[in-house]
Write a protein that binds this ligand. Structure first.
Ligand code: 13P
Length: 249
């Protein structure tokens, strides 16, 4: 049986003090969660978050990882460095990384492989831009992103991956994809997984929706058969809102 997964992506928010405060407020609110709960914190908060999360049902995540084990890659962090800090999940290929930092399907693939090799689980992000949606390219874009991100990853590797479908136009804009649209696009992504790995893997992989998910729309989105969780930005920065998403799903 697969379990839904709700992950908070804090993005570039929260210093150490704020990290402790938010986690301390969140812990009791989600302690009875029926789903997996993850918070993906900035690198500088990882150690603080790990300590603050001790003994809780919330798992620790990071927001990016490099593909090389070590070397001259100024500003980057390796998968082993994250694993050493007891990070369990890492987001790879977020649209903000694709948009502002030149992330490509190929670098997403390389980062994903490195993370898996180090024993991390990956939240692999795909999603179309507004222009792509409006010109009818959604299916083509998410299919290509998924195919290329999974290139060369075997079935064992796939088991370490959660896919997050995040339409770029719905991120931080307050615009949510309709539950039906989100469901339909996730079905397309699942079809790609089926083609690559077969029916059982397609059924068991978890595919989240992300993009302005909040306490007001979580129920409707999570009622859709294809949606197995959420990747939450803005609403993950407020303990009560994030807990409501976790508990109301
Ligand atoms: P928002 O929930 O703020 O729209 O962000 C979604 C997101 O990008 C999560 O990774």
């Amino acid at each position: 049986m697969k379990r839904d997964i709700i992950a908070g992506n804090w993005k570039m928010n929260n210093n150490k003090e704020q990290t402790v405060a938010l986690i301390n407020e969140l812990r009791p609110l989600v302690k009875d969660a029926k789903c997996e709960v993850v918070v993906c914190v900035p690198f500088t908060s990882i150690e603080t978050a790990r300590k603050a999360l001790r003994g809780s049902n919330i798992q620790l995540g990071a927001q990016n990882v490099h593909w090389a084990p070590k070397g001259a890659f100024t500003g980057e962090i390796s998968a082993d460095m994250l694993a050493e800090q007891k990070v369990k999940y890492v987001i790879v290929g977020h649209s903000e990384r694709r948009q502002y930092f030149g992330e490509t399907n190929q670098s997403v693939n390389a980062r994903t492989k490195a993370a898996i090799a180090a024993g991390l689980k990956v939240i692999l992000c795909v999603g179309e831009t507004l222009e792509e949606r409006e010109t009818g390219k959604t299916a083509t874009v998410v299919t290509k992103q998924t195919l290329e991100a999974l290139e060369g990853i075997d079935k064992l590797g796939l088991k370490k991956i959660v896919i997050a479908y995040e339409p770029v136009w719905a991120i931080g804009t307050g615009k949510t994809a309709t539950a039906q649209d989100a469901n339909d696009t996730i079905a397309i992504i699942r079809k790609v997984v089926r083609k690559l790995y077969g029916k059982n893997y397609a059924r068991s992989i978890r595919i989240q929706y992300g993009g302005s998910m909040n306490p007001g729309n979580v129920k409707e989105l999570m009622a859709m058969p294809e949606i197995d969780g959420g990747l939450i930005g803005g609403a993950s920065l407020k303990a009560k809102d994030f807990a409501a998403v976790v508990n109301d799903r």
